[in-house]
Write a protein that binds this ligand. Sequence first.
Ligand code: NAP
Length: 482
Amino acid sequence: MKTHPVTLIPGDGIGPEVVHAAQRIIDASGVRIAWETAHAGASVFLKGVASGVPADTIDSISRTRVALKGPLETPVGHGEKSANVTLRKLFETFANLRPIREFPGVPTPYAGRGIDLVVVRENVEDLYAGIEHMQTPGVAQCLKLISHKGCEKIARLAFEVARAQGRTSVHCATKANIMKLTEGLLKRTFESLAPEFPDLKAQHIVVDNCAHQLVKKPEQFEVIVTTNMNGDILSDLTSALVGGLGFAPSANLGHEVAIFEAVHGSAPKYAGKDVANPTALILSGVMMLRHLGEMAAAERIENAVLVTLADGRSVTRDVVGDERAAGTTAFADAVIGNLGRTPAEVQARSQKPLKVPVRGDRIVTVQPKTRSDLGMDIFIEAALQPAVLGDLLTGLAGPAGFKLKMISNRGTQVYPSRGAGTDCIDHWRCRFLDLQPAATPDLARVHRLLESIETAGLRWMQIEKLPEFDGQPGFTKAQGED
Ligand code: NAP
């Protein structure tokens, strides 16, 4: 029998308790794991490691390529980056699989409806790239980066997840109706890949309606693929449908490395009290065993969890309340006692190994036949009325060979005025069309325009080109722009 090396990260708060419970159950199932304990999170931040992930931990995961981790505390709103996000990015775990299903013995308003779905969340792009700037002292910006390559990988993986799990349909949930270029890229990529999977029904759904439908009729979904931020929110919602965060496992999948963890955090108020529900971490371990090819052991543990929950005698306080509750340790003991038993109602879904899209060595570029730049948006800080700013910039644009087309304030055109009642801030997107457009813009004229903007006492903080690829604009219009 093969021994699998796995990095074990106990984590913060309730982490060590739920991780230990999962570890004991996995060991009792008969599979052979060589655990390597490593650390990340609060204790590591306290030692002054700004990433929250020390070199030893990175080395261990690079070697084992598989980690089972507890939740890590994240500083909120200031200071260090999240150690979780650091791990995801370091090992390019581009996909986050978050399955949920109805559990016997766990009362919810949805009991009996057979909820059984998986959210496939893109895991490294979107707003989580964490590229933020204070553009003015009063205006913050976060870049929402979505790549064709990222969309292709996550959409393809979602179809492969559906196949591996014997599903019949995949929904793609995006906000493409508003963010046509970024969210739209996932929708378009998903739709372009769908014909490769004729056995699966592929459908797009607007993400807010997806949230609504998930509450109204969750049993209609099997696989939902979505961008990072949407996936974060939708998957917390889906965990609530089946009993809460204590029941939601996840897998962070990369090409080389996979990290398995519960969706929940460190729940600090329950730390050290032996009351946390370890089911999410145990089921994350089940996902890990399937990833390692240990399908039979995974099924044994999942069925033992289902038997234990259905039996109801040894379940945690989040299911039965404080009076009748078993502790974390007692629940894990009960699962170990139930290994080998098959639940009467719902059973573990039998699964085939998942095909993860392969990583190419090349830097992939999308090559249009033609490309040109029509001009640029210059972002300017100024405490002027739009009409005053517009007239001033119109005067500066001409001598540099540009024409001011419009100015928008938080996306709405305010110059020339369309009568919008915009409550303007001191942050303006000023759209200049190049009067001599070319494949590469004339930098001398760009400099001249920027210099005259500065000389006029205005501050510019960002320039975005206005590209056209294959005759299609690579930028969106402002609200109200012709
Ligand atoms: P949380 O730790 O997930 O806890 C929120 C609530 O969910 C708890 O108060 C509890 O609800 C319930 N809960 C979570 N896990 C449970 C379990 N195993 N058993 C029973 N109930 C459970 O979220 P948070 O309080 O927002 O975050 C705490 C810290 O964790 C933060 O530092 C955050 O950044 C971090 N975090 C880490 C990860 C990760 O490592 N992947 C993920 C999310 C958050 P009741 O109060 O209703 O009992």
